[in-house]
Design a protein around this ligand. Structure first.
Ligand code: T5A
Length: 234
């Protein structure tokens, strides 16, 4: 296998509730392992020469983030004001970037992240209607300018996504928001994909999990080739 790259890459999964991000992240993790990549869980010294990847999420990619996630998503929690919600997501991100993303990227690790800055634009910006310029500024503060190298937007009809999450069980605080809110979030993703076509790739998430996985792997294979990352043949 080729020598690992200097800096890693940040690959993000985005989309409305129930779009299938978590399912696809898990499938991609399994596929990468088959393709010769090694999953790592922390910054512990690792002597293997295999190229490495890490799976994480927002909110909740760090210990502090785990506590913030609970506050943000607990369906029984008292009402959280919109600006307080925005700042809690930003706090989670600031900790995540400094504690996990930056150090791992500096070591050449590929990071697969469930949600990142586009979620704040779509949910707090378009969904809640908070100032987009304020959100851009906050994202800049939280990320110190760290953008994703590739964002896979799983595009699914809002009602289909919500019905998938309902089948899974009790709704979290965000899932409980009304349909119009989720439709504005979806509109937010559409606008983001149009504005940043170099960074955001739309994937139709409406098919079977296997069909969606095939499309995800196609995009990843293409990008890995561009980035000179190795993928073992089957
Ligand atoms: N948030 C987050 C903000 O408001 N601002 C921010 O800045 C950030 C970072 C995070 C919440 O916080 C909000 C957004 C969210 O509301 P989350 O855990 O990311 O929470 O929230 P969800 O999007 O709700 O994540 P989920 O895990 O619940 O949904 P996924 O990842 O979209 O979907 P997944 O893969 O878990 O699948 C849901 C169900 O559908 C089935 C699965 O088996 C599962 O039961 N499924 C399919 N069914 C049929 N066909 C397919 N192709 C399927 N794929 C999956």
């Amino acid at each position: 296998m080729k020598k690992q790259q200097e800096r890693g890459k940040l690959i993000v999964f985005e989309g409305v509730e129930g779009c299938g991000k978590t399912t696809q992240l898990r499938s991609l993790r399994d596929w990468l392992i088959v393709k010769g990549w090694q999953e790592i869980a922390s910054l512990a010294v690792n002597t293997s020469s295999a190229p490495k990847f890490l799976v994480t999420r927002e909110p909740g990619g760090t210990e502090l983030g785990g506590r913030l996630r609970q506050l943000l998503l607990d369906g029984h929690h008292q009402e959280i004001q919109e600006r307080a919600e925005l700042l809690l997501y930003a706090a989670d991100r600031a900790q995540h970037v400094a504690e996990l993303l930056q150090p791992h990227l500096a070591q050449g690790t590929i990071i697969l992240c469930d949600r990142y800055t586009d979620s704040t634009v779509a949910y707090q910006g378009k969904g809640r209607g908070l100032s987009l310029s304020l959100i851009t500024q906050l994202n800049q503060i939280a990320t110190v300018g760290l953008e994703s190298d590739l964002t896979l937007w799983l595009d699914v009809d809002v009602e289909i996504g919500l019905s998938r999450t309902r089948q899974r069980g009790a709704a979290d605080r965000m899932e409980k928001a009304n349909l119009a809110f989720h439709q504005r979030v979806q509109q937010g993703y559409q606008e983001l994909a149009q504005t940043y076509p170099h960074r955001i790739v739309r994937i139709d998430g409406g098919g079977t999990p296997e069909g969606v996985q095939q499309k995800v792997c196609q995009v990843i294979s293409q990008r890995f080739a561009e980035w000179n990352y190795p993928l073992l043949p089957h």
